[in-house]
Ligand binder design. Structure first.
Ligand code: ATP
Ligand code: MG
Length: 237
């Protein structure tokens, strides 16, 4: 469904003394429907950068990116609009994804309005459905993000992402800021949503044990390269 072929990303710094850094180096990866792929590596290995390339938030320096067989490597903003809806990212710091001065009710309505997913009359019902899907109580609707726990915020972020009916969600260390007991609940929710919708995940993590449990395939990254790929036949996803 999404295929990266020999992706390279070079960041250039400075105007005069140009410093070039090859942050992603010759990475090939394929993500099929309803799969969970793991991306593991130490800090600075290039995991988040690869995630952004896969979602086409960044343009690769070379290589190819194909979504359902269409080359989107250099697609322009207009073409990217529908792809952005289909390939979503959940970031490491969930707070940064939510406007601090908007109430949860408005934050949940935002993607519905932006992508014109439902009419004005159906918005309220759609919001209630989003809340139920991620296991949040309606009490949160009139609060601001700062008045929610980390786990609740991540549920709001997941509700907003899943409302767009994405094909692929890139989960960039989605629970690294959360307490360990809440981490398990969030992963349980994500797996349940995958079961219901058939969405694919790219799970970025430092934690190989966690990834082994949830993923069918894992790519291990070091300094911008995939150094090892592993498959786990026991996992069904
Ligand atoms: N916009 C940018 N310009 C220049 N260098 C960048 C940019 N974004 C990332 N980098 C560099 O690329 C390297 C990889 O960063 P990246 O955030 O992808 O790593 P990561 O594997 O996600 O690390 P972590 O586990 O800490 O999140 C780092 O050395 C970082 O400094
Ligand atoms: Mg990162």
């Amino acid at each position: 469904m999404l295929e990266a072929r020999r992706l390279v990303k070079v960041f250039v710094r400075g105007h005069f003394l140009r410093q070039r850094r090859r942050v992603i180096d010759d990475v090939s990866l394929r993500i099929g429907p309803s799969e969970t792929i793991g991306l593991v590596g130490c800090s600075g290995a290039g995991k988040s950068t690869l995630g952004k390339l896969l979602a086409r938030l960044l343009e690769p320096t070379s290589g190819q990116l194909l979504f359902r067989g269409t080359d989107i490597t250099h697609a322009k903003e207009r073409e990217l609009k529908s792809i952005r809806r289909k390939v979503q990212i959940v970031f490491q710091h969930p707070q940064s994804a939510l406007h601090p001065r908007m109430k949860i009710a408005d934050l949940l309505k935002e993607p519905l309005k932006l992508h014109r997913l439902v009419g004005k009359q159906q918005q309220q019902a759609a919001v209630m459905e989003m809340l139920a899907r991620v296991g949040l109580h309606r009490d949160v609707l009139h609060r601001y993000p700062a008045e929610l726990s980390g786990g609740e915020i991540q549920r709001v972020v997941i509700a907003r992402v899943m409302a767009l009916k994405p094909c692929i969600v890139i989960l960039d260390e989605p629970t690294s800021m959360l307490d360990i007991s809440i981490q398990a609940a969030i992963f349980h929710l994500l797996m349940q949503l995958q079961h219901e919708t058939g969405v694919s995940y790219v799970l970025i993590s430092h934690d190989l044990r966690l990834v082994e449990r949830l993923c069918c395939r894992v790519a291990i990254m070091e300094r911008g390269r995939i150094v090892e790929k592993r498959e786990f036949s026991t996992n069904t996803s």
